[in-house]
Write a protein that binds this ligand. Structure first.
Ligand SMILES: *Cc1c(COP(=O)(O)O)cnc(C)c1O
Length: 424
């Protein structure tokens, strides 16, 4: 597969934009090579500037659960766009989208819209600190909550260390307010609660991890998380990826969670920039203008994003069978991947829940970030390029989830497995 136009566009972009990209993973650093410049999408497929077609398992990193350019979503965005792009004033679609969020997450009483998942988690933590009057927050290794300073922190070795910044430009003093624990380690979490529970404002977590590749929480771990609430700690389920994906009510519905706050993004905006945080009235009333926790945004709740998000959620609500379909297709992809990789005698562990899936190139189980890092990244590169050159666009890093949309069909999965077989 030739991509001369993408190559030219990439070198042009690099002259003007750091790394040629607006978000780092798009530059293909983990897998090498030139990223195809994608210029068109329809359903399960994308086309690059050279005219090559790919079955898309990235789906803009999660938002496009209905596939690309769903006709109803596009139509409703167009209708709203013709009336004006943004007003910076209240718009009727905001309350409509808020009501849809509340139907999906019944424990949410008030919801505030922002523009990105990063803003949602950053604001939720500010709110948790404002509400509890405490300063420490807890996150888990390998969980990603956007790029706000206090969340770009990863633990050193051991169950708990003072946070070590994992990005230049994050002062240590700032990072030290974020305590980092191993995901799926209930004992480590209980130990921290016993010793420092009273100092902690919030625990933020990916209920099912997608950002270290897919990691699935154990019952024990979820139980330990909920014990945090006995210490007056707010539990923040970061559902930016899982919300409306694992079920209409996200991981909260699917796993029976009881978070105090949730954060949403990705599918919430239906392909346009919208995200949100929400929870009980008593907590959310601390947010300005009702309360002293400040948070604002010029384009927050803008009509185009509200329209795309509302159309997407309404289509999902009208079609409750979609989640069963995604489960069936996901199971089929999982079984097929395992079969091909077993035939070739390659070490592998496939983690999947619903339409989120990762192939780790190591013998399992893979339940923690440490275990995820055992994956053979050289083998992943070959897996990735083998697929890409045969028309399958898989996420260009082993530490990411691949997604299915309702536009994906059995024949797309079959094509994917055939491509893999040939590649290997
Ligand atoms: C994508 C993601 C974010 C960040 O959202 P952006 O819109 O990229 O800022 C935060 N949390 C989780 C769980 C995510 O998957």
């Amino acid at each position: 597969m030739e991509r001369p136009i993408s190559e030219r566009l990439f070198s042009e972009a690099q002259a003007h934009i750091p790394g040629g990209v607006s978000s780092p993973v798009r530059a293909f650093k983990a897998v090498g090579g030139t990223p195809p410049f994608l210029v068109r999408g329809e359903g399960a497929y994308v086309w690059d500037a050279d005219g090559n077609r790919y079955v898309d398992y990235v789906l803009s990193w999660g938002p496009l659960i209905l596939g690309h350019a769903h006709p109803e979503v596009v139509r409703r965005v167009k209708e709203v766009a013709e009336q004006g792009l943004t007003f910076g004033a209240p718009h009727p679609l905001e309350a409509e989208l808020a009501k849809a969020v509340k139907r999906a997450f019944p424990q949410v009483e008030l919801v505030r819209f922002v523009n990105s998942g990063t803003e949602a988690t950053m604001s939720a933590l500010r709110l948790a600190r404002g509400y509890t009057g405490r300063k420490y927050v807890v996150k888990f290794r390998g969980n990603y909550h956007g790029h706000a300073d206090g969340l770009l922190v990863e633990a050193g070795s051991g169950a708990l260390t003072l946070g070590v910044p994992s990005s230049a430009g994050v002062p240590e003093e700032y990072a030290s307010l974020t305590l980092v624990l191993e995901y799926n380690d209930p004992e480590g979490l209980r130990e921290l609660l016993r010793t420092r529970g009273e100092e902690i404002a919030a625990i933020i977590f990916e209920p099912v991890v997608g950002n270290a590749g897919v990691l699935i929480p154990t019952e024990e771990f979820l139980k330990a998380l909920h014990q945090a609430r006995e210490y007056g700690i707010l539990l923040i389920a970061d559902e930016v990826m899982t919300g409306f994906r694992l079920a209409f009510g996200g991981a909260t519905e699917r796993l029976g969670l009881k978070p105090d706050l949730i954060t949403l993004g990705k599918i919430l905006g239906g392909g346009l920039p919208a995200a949100a945080y929400g929870g009980r009235r008593e907590i959310m009333e601390e947010v300005a203008p009702l309360g002293p926790v400040y948070q604002a945004g010029t384009l927050s709740g803008n009509p185009l994003a509200m329209a795309a998000g509302l159309a997407t959620l309404e289509i999902l609500e009208r079609n409750p069978g979609y989640y069963g379909y995604l489960e069936t297709l996901g199971a089929r992809l999982e079984a097929g991947l395992k079969e091909v990789l077993s035939q070739k005698g390659l070490p592998h562990t496939v983690n999947r829940l619903g339409s989120m899936i990762t192939v780790f190139f190591t013998e399992g189980p893979v339940a923690t970030f440490q275990e995820a890092r055992r994956t053979d990244t050289e083998l992943f590169k070959r897996f990735f390029h083998g697929l890409l050159d045969r028309g399958v666009y898989w996420p260009p890093s082993n530490f990411e989830a691949a997604f299915l949309s309702v536009a994906h069909k059995e024949e797309d999965v079959a094509l994917t497995l055939e491509a893999l077989e040939k590649a290997l």
